[in-house]
Design a protein around this ligand. Structure first.
Ligand SMILES: Nc1ncnc2c1ncn2[C@@H]1O[C@H](COP(=O)(O)OP(=O)(O)OP(=O)(O)O)[C@@H](O)[C@H]1O
Ligand SMILES: [Mg+2]
Ligand SMILES: [Zn+2]
Length: 153
C-alpha cells in the first residue's frame, strides 16, 4: 500500500525527488524562510524506490513560477514538480537549471567584487552541465564551483 508521508493539499506545489537532506536549501532558494505566512510541509530522508532516500516539500495555496523552480535543479537535478489543483496533479514536470543564475550562489573567492564589503554587487553565475554534473562560473572573477549545494547564499 502506498502511504502518504505528509498530508494532501488542495491547491499548490509539491516538489518531489529532492536529493536527501536538501529540502531546507530548496526552501531557501524559494525564499521561504523564518516568518513565512505560507503553509509549508517538508519531509526529509523518506524512503524512495527510485532514489533510496529523498526529501519532499509541499507549499499550499501557491503556484511557484517555473523560473524560480528552475533554480532547484542546481542542487537537485532529479526534482519533480507537481502542480496540484483540487487535490489532483494538474501538471508534472522536471526542473532544468537556468543558464545564468543571479543572487542564489555565493562566490567562494574572498577577493571577488561580489564579496566586497563596501560595494558588493549582485552575484551572477553561468551554469554548465557536463556528464550529469552541474557546475557554475562566477561572472566577475571566473571562479568555477562544483557541488553547488555548498554555495547557496
Ligand atoms: N493532493 C496532493 N497533495 C499533496 N501531495 C500530493 C497530492 N497528490 C499527489 N501528491 C504527491 O505528489 C507526488 C507525485 O504523486 P504521484 O501520484 O504522481 O506519485 P508517483 O506515481 O510516485 O509519481 P512519480 O513517478 O513522479 O514519483 C507524490 O509525492 C505524492 O505524494
Ligand atoms: Mg513516486
Ligand atoms: Zn567571483
Amino acid at each position: 500500500m502506498k502511504e502518504l508521508v505528509v498530508s494532501k493539499i488542495k491547491d499548490g506545489t509539491v516538489i518531489d525527488h529532492i536529493n536527501a537532506g536538501r529540502a531546507p536549501l530548496v526552501l531557501k532558494i524559494l525564499g521561504i524562510d523564518v516568518g513565512t505566512d505560507l503553509t509549508v510541509s517538508m519531509a526529509m530522508n523518506v524512503s524512495s524506490s527510485k532514489m533510496g532516500k529523498k526529501d519532499i516539500v509541499k507549499v499550499e495555496g501557491m503556484y511557484i513560477s517555473e523560473e524560480k523552480l528552475s533554480k532547484i535543479a542546481l542542487i537537485s537535478p532529479n526534482a519533480t514538480i507537481n502542480l496540484i489543483r483540487n487535490y489532483e496533479i494538474e501538471r508534472k514536470f522536471k526542473v532544468n537549471p537556468p543558464e545564468v543564475v543571479e543572487e542564489v550562489l555565493k562566490c567562494p573567492n574572498p577577493m571577488c567584487v561580489s564579496n566586497a564589503e563596501r560595494e558588493p554587487v549582485r552575484s551572477i553565475f553561468y551554469v554548465k552541465i557536463e556528464e550529469n554534473e552541474v557546475s557554475a562560473r562566477c561572472h566577475y572573477c571566473g571562479r568555477k564551483i562544483k557541488d553547488l549545494a555548498n554555495y547557496i547564499s
